[in-house]
Design a protein around this ligand. Structure first.
Ligand code: ATP
Ligand code: MG
Length: 451
């Protein structure tokens, strides 16, 4: 395989620096895999017989990212190169992290401890030798994810590897080799011990792949999903009837496929109906209803995403998307109703909520996403907001200080009075003038126990 001409010149210069100091430098891991597949590498991993301290001496800009495991990040020209000393790993007592790592002068030993055959190819930056001791090329050709060595032992060493197998299969649309797939089911106790942060990172990559439903299906069939997202696994077999062709599980997976590849949107698509299994009831026509499931979904999102260590900002937005996904717009909505909708959802979330609706509709029967379905609502929102942007108390033409000057004490009562003024102005934006609002405030004051 010739891929050396695809490697940027700056990397060869990086290799030359190590060569001058008497060390080997190889490009390894995902970058090689991607170059072989004709894809753009997302990052560069290098392997070397130089010790971390040697690497830090050889380059001016370095960060000791994980010196204990032999990794130094080298900033070289416009590149950032994770540079790791050849190593063998021994003794994974907890199935999470090697107890000890020892360095080795032999790249082949280093390639042996890597997870999958497709991840154990290497290119020498000095000689341009291409090394593929575990037939990664063959497995790429066969479109197979296959563990190096005995999959049971390899998964027992590090319980994240089963999830990585699904991640690579999901990203590439490959199958997982039989024995490797079977070993996942026997390694779930090891997977359970893995840190949530590591699980999150692999899971996010599955969600952001071209067709997440494929990786999600593998997660389900391997038993991994029930370990870290049992709430989703519980949606299997929950039939919905009506316009739906799928059970709740396949509907959510299809919505995920149809959503744009943005983490929040993919998460919202995957989780927005989690409340359905607990809310399923028969309706009068012999169908099903899932009354107020969106509230349960939102609550569940609030439990799940922090548990999986997603950032609070992501949780907060996905929670709101789940909570508000059941709107049902028609042209009969008044301007005030449109304004209230935007105020309730939050203007910052409206675009994403429309995108979620497009994905949700596509996932009724697995049809392609149809953005035109929300076009009239989007246009209406734009028009209404162009006429008046009063969506919150801060947009009112009176402030708390103004109200205080007409005898409204600061505190909860003022909050309620401002809320009523906001409702009034959302009904009729022309009232949003300081004098008029002060007059209205005078008139409604007695309701709040003020004279
Ligand atoms: P990506 O394109 O997503 O970065 P990658 O293959 O580079 O994919 P990384 O997580 O960056 O994945 O890891 C770099 C390399 O380190 C892998 O290709 C693999 O050789 C090795 N590796 C990473 N994690 C493990 C692990 N848990 N067990 C064994 N080898 C691993
Ligand atoms: Mg990588």
């Amino acid at each position: 395989m010739r891929i050396d001409h695809l490697v940027p010149a700056a990397l060869y210069d990086f290799g030359a620096v190590l060569a001058r100091a008497g060390f080997q430098a190889w490009i390894v891991g995902g970058a090689i895999r991607n170059l072989v597949l004709g894809r753009e590498p997302s990052d560069w991993d290098a392997a070397t017989d130089a010790r971390p301290e040697d690497v830090m001496r050889a380059f001016r800009r370095t960060v000791p990212t994980g010196v204990k495991h032999g990794t130094v990040t080298v900033f070289w020209r416009d590149l950032q190169i994770e540079t790791t000393t050849f190593r063998v790993e021994e003794g994974y007592a907890d199935g999470r992290r090697p107890d000890r790592v020892s360095f080795t002068p032999d790249i082949r030993e280093d390639l042996k401890r890597r997870d999958f055959t497709m991840n154990s190819m290497a290119l020498n930056l000095a000689t341009r030798e291409f090394l593929d001791p575990h037939d990664g090329l063959g497995d790429l050709g066969r479109r197979l994810v296959r563990a190096i060595g005995n999959p049971l032992e390899r998964f027992d060493e590090d319980g994240l590897r089963p999830l990585r197998a699904v991640r690579f299969a999901g990203q590439l649309g490959y199958a997982i080799d039989g024995p490797t797939f079977e070993a996942i089911g026997s390694s779930l106790h090891r997977f359970r011990a893995v840190s949530s942060e590591r699980v999150r990172d692999e899971f996010a990559k599955i969600l952001l792949s071209a067709r997440p439903s494929y990786g999600i299906g593998l997660l389900e069939r391997s038993g991994l999903l029930a370990e870290f997202l049992p709430e989703l696994a519980a949606c299997r077999g929950v039939e919905q009837g009506g316009l739906h062709s799928f059970d709740v599980f396949d509907h959510l997976a299809a919505a995920c496929d149809a959503a744009p590849p943005v983490l929040e949107l993919r998460l919202a698509a995957l989780l927005h109906d989690l409340g359905k299994p607990g809310r399923k009831a028969g309706d009068a026509e012999g169908g099903f209803s899932f009354h107020r499931h969106e509230e349960d979904s939102a609550r569940m999102v609030k439990g799940i995403l922090p548990r999986l260590k997603f950032p609070n900002l992501v949780t907060e937005r996905v929670e709101r998307l789940a909570r508000h996904h059941m709107f049902s717009y028609s042209d009969e909505w008044t301007d005030a109703a449109v304004r209230r909708f935007v105020a309730r959802v939050g203007e910052d979330l409206v675009e994403d909520l429309l995108a979620l609706r497009v994905a949700d509709s596509a996932a009724l029967a697995g049809t392609p996403p149809e953005p035109r379905g929300v076009e009239s609502f989007r246009k209406r929102i734009e028009a209404v907001l162009a006429a008046s942007r009063v969506l919150g108390v801060k947009d009112l033409a009176v402030s708390g200080d103004d109200l205080a000057s007409v005898g409204v004490p600061k505190g909860p009562v003022m909050g309620r009075l401002l809320a009523e003024l906001l409702e009034t102005v959302m009904d009729d934006p022309s009232l949003n003038e300081r004098e008029r609002l002060l007059l209205i405030a005078e008139r409604i004051k007695p309701k709040y126990g003020l004279s």
